[in-house]
Design a protein around this ligand. Structure first.
Ligand code: PEP
Length: 795
């Protein structure tokens, strides 16, 4: 059943003066004039002496005032106490009872707590009853026992359960910055509800609101550690972070909040001590790697748990950001909407990993977390290892443990194709898929090994692709050859609900971006299967990049570096300045910044190719064991940055409902792996075909198809591709074919070719330098055979 959300702010004996308290309330007013009471109740617990003075300002915010304590006595000779009746007299309708600080610092017993509750029940004061175990009790496995004992003392005194809210507050998490993981909190709160069900009734248990309390703050992550401590590289207690653990050493006992299970071992490490140290670094679990978005996602994760109905917040309720918890989390779309998304995804047959991945991205969307990466949070990457300077001796034995994966989820719609883009003929009648199949066959021959190859298809490319590849049976078949990308629900832009389109329900779904590679591998069982078969390393690239072939030198460098993840990057030129770039966060970790993540005022620096020198080629190397660990560590969903694309639900009907499509990018995973690295590669490994401009260039003599079916730039080009800029009318491939009925012109010595208007190229046209061909007549004209050099030709 759905229960109303309730947030409490327990100020304790804070702030230092009432002036500061007033300032805080004014700050809150600025960020949120009033709480939406239909969705969330908020109670604020100021120090007792200030309650009546501050009450009007608290109520003006749509909140209620709550005492932190109450006496167990009636009126009489009880110096220093106040009664439940006194509270009501002052129109204070709420009080905390049994806070752990009352229990541990003032010796309040279960019996005292019960008497206080009884007095409040008599008089009709609402109670937030705090229960929870100490660290010693948790470690002794006594959590449920303690909670039951504290509840059992109170239950007989309660006649009206509508006036009781429970706050489960693990004492070890109060004021310590440690947060129970969403799973720990949910498990305990589910046990509390089950106990109430048995001891009182199902109806009471169903309706009872149970808050979670203990260091809830946008500054804390759900793995129990504060955000931003990544930079401090806190090691697991008892282990020196600069030294490798012994092979197969178990996780330290105290690592209970991490995502690896007790009994798990560090992977066997097999090379130099640097490798061991790096690998160990990437396996450390005891500090929060996540950034702000991830912290918000943790809070959202907590409140989406079925038995968590709000928070009791201590320290963080003394900050302006408390209003963010109230305004963004309290009446959260996550609470309202998530169950609908979950149901829709389950009905569609999507697996738990796909659901967890979307839950993360949706959580980030509705959290309102700032996804921008300003200059102030970055440093440029000055130097990186370069391909040409790699000195490692290529080790062919590694090929047996390596998988080549091609991303093949995209449709060629942008180039006028209604099927998999890789079915587009590229050169000499071969499609991308033909060339990939031939490249793999040739690599197998070259390396004399049965190199493992797989594709990640999407629901729209799988069938076509498998059909086309049936003529290459050696490549593999079925789940040995492919796994299929997930789909994600589109989100209605106006209210964040799942988009509906009864005219064609397939429009309610979209691909979740190639960042889905990771959850799709996990959820389809492919990751586990590969690991079991002894595959440890994966080289992944886009199927439209024919330059991305297996390179033993790079593989050996990757494995020997011990990095869990490595990105091939290329040097940015002016032509790449609008695209994303590699950078370092202030802790030295590598990350990508896409243009959508750059605040407007930092655009100039973003485009400064002298400062941010490298871009991601999407040729990635992944240690599959490290990937598995990251999933465990992040509860099954990698915290990738989320991009939102505004579209209409039916892409062809611009008047249809406005939706948001949430996507993640696979390269962004570089920030999820501690110790991830990058390698500068020659441009020849990056030859993607995104447009007919690229395709025309690729078909020309500026490129050569090698014996191993790789397409490389002709040596005369000195590593620089020609720039082709065709008129918009040639956007689709069939139109481009009409432009070059006799094949492409020679571009071997062309710097830039621009075509404006309807043109056909005669046979034997040679373009040199920068040439513009113009026809403004509206009827197609032919460019005659001959050499054109550094000129504009008007037809
Ligand atoms: C509390 O005192 O109730 C509490 C939850 O404190 P904090 O959030 O500071 O841990």
């Amino acid at each position: 059943m759905s229960r109303k959300f309730i947030v409490g702010g327990n100020w304790k004996c804070n702030p230092a003066s009432m002036k500061e308290a007033n300032t805080l309330l004014k700050e809150w007013k600025k960020s949120l004039p009033s709480v939406d009471k239909s969705k969330v109740d908020v109670v604020i617990c100021p120090p007792a002496l200030w309650m009546t003075t501050l009450s009007p300002a608290i109520e003006a915010l749509g909140m209620q005032t709550c005492a932190q304590n109450v006496g167990k006595n009636d009126a009489g000779a009880f110096t220093g106490e106040w009664t439940a009746a006194n509270l009501l007299d002052l129109n204070i309708k709420w009080t905390l009872i049994g806070h752990s600080e009352r229990r541990t610092k003032y010796g309040e017993t279960d019996a005292d707590v019960a008497e206080k509750v009884a007095k409040c029940q008599e008089i009709g004061v609402n109670v937030i009853l705090c229960i929870g175990e100490t660290l010693e009790e948790r470690e002794g496995g006594k959590t449920d026992e303690v909670n039951k004992r504290q509840l059992a003392a109170v239950i007989p005194k309660v006649k009206d359960w509508s006036k009781i809210v429970l706050a489960y507050e693990p004492v070890w998490a109060i004021g310590t910055g440690k947060v129970a993981t969403p799973e720990q909190a949910e498990e305990t709160q589910a046990a509390i509800r089950a106990y109430i069900k048995g001891a009182v009734s199902s109806d009471v248990a169903d309706k009872l609101q149970i808050q979670y309390g203990g260091s809830v703050s946008p500054d804390n992550c759900a793995d129990g550690q504060p955000c931003g401590v990544r930079s401090e590289s806190k090691a697991v207690e008892g282990l020196d972070s600069t030294q490798a653990p012994p092979p197969s050493s178990p996780l330290p006992e105290n690592c209970q909040l991490g995502a690896m299970a007790q009994g798990d071992t560090f992977d066997e490490v097999d090379t130099s001590s640097k490798v061991k140290a790096n690998r160990y670094k990437s396996q450390r679990l005891d500090f929060c790697q996540s950034r702000e978005a991830s912290c918000w996602a943790s809070i959202l994760e907590l409140i989406t748990k079925p038995n968590i109905d709000g928070f009791l917040v201590g320290g963080a309720s003394l900050k302006p950001t408390f209003m963010e918890i109230v305004s963004k989390v309290g009446p959260s779309k996550m609470v309202d909407m998530w169950p609908k998304f979950e149901e829709k995804m389950k009905k569609e047959g999507l697996n738990d990993t796909a659901i967890a991945a979307f839950k993360y991205t949706y959580g980030v969307l509705v959290s309102g977390a700032d996804v921008m990466i300003p200059e102030s949070k970055l440093d440029p990457v000055e130097k990186l290892p370069e391909y040409e300077k790699l000195r490692e001796k290529p080790d062919p034995r590694l090929l047996k443990k390596t998988l080549i994966l091609k991303l093949n989820g995209g449709l060629g719609t942008g180039m006028g194709l209604e099927k998999a883009k890789s079915l587009l003929p590229v050169t000499q009648g071969f499609t991308f898929l033909d060339l990939i199949a031939k490249q793999v066959a040739s690599m197998r021959k070259e390396f004399k090994t049965d190199l493992k190859f797989m594709l990640m298809n999407s629901f729209s490319t799988s069938q076509d692709t498998l059909e086309a590849l049936s003529k290459y049976p050696d490549l593999g078949t079925g789940s040995d050859l492919e796994f299929v990308q997930n789909k994600a629900p589109k989100v209605t832009a106006s209210d964040m609900s799942p988009a509906e389109w009864s005219a064609d329900s397939s429009h309610e779904w979209c691909p979740p971006g190639h960042g889905d590679l990771y959850p799709a591998m996990l959820g389809s069982g492919t990751l586990e299967k590969l690991l079991k078969k002894g595959y440890r390393y994966m080289f992944v690239s886009n199927s439209d990049n024919l330059g991305a072939t297996m390179d033993l030198k790079i593989l050996t460098h990757f494995v020997q570096s011990g990095a869990p993840f490595m990105m091939e990057v290329a040097e940015r030129t002016d032509a790449d300045k609008k695209g994303g770039h590699l950078a370092k966060d202030k802790a030295g970790g590598l990350l990508l910044r896409e243009s959508a993540q750059c605040p407007e005022e930092d655009e100039k620096e973003f485009q400064n190719v002298g400062k941010y020198k490298f871009f991601n080629t999407n040729n990635l190397w992944v240690d599959l064991a490290a990937l598995k660990r990251e999933f465990r560590r992040n509860d099954g969903a990698l915290p990738l940055p989320v991009m939102k694309n505004g579209k209409t639900v039916d892409p062809r009907d611009k008047a249809s409902t406005k939706v948001l499509q949430l996507e993640t990018a696979m390269g962004a995973a570089i920030q999820c792996f501690e110790g991830a690295s990058a390698l500068v590669i020659p441009r020849s490994r990056f030859a993607p075909v995104k447009t007919t401009n690229d395709l025309l260039a690729l078909r020309s003599d500026a490129y050569k198809l090698t014996e191993d079916f790789t397409i490389v730039l002709a040596p005369e080009r000195d590593g620089v591709p020609p720039e082709v800029k065709l008129d918009g009318m040639y956007k689709f491939t069939d139109a481009m074919e009409k432009l070059i009925p006799n094949g492409p012109p020679s571009l071997l010595h062309c710097k830039k070719l621009v075509v404006e208007g309807p043109v056909t190229f005669a046979k034997d046209v040679i373009i040199k330098g920068t040439v513009t061909v113009k026809n403004s007549s509206g009827t197609s004209k032919e460019l005659a055979a001959g050499t054109y050099e550094d000129k504009t030709v008007e037809l």
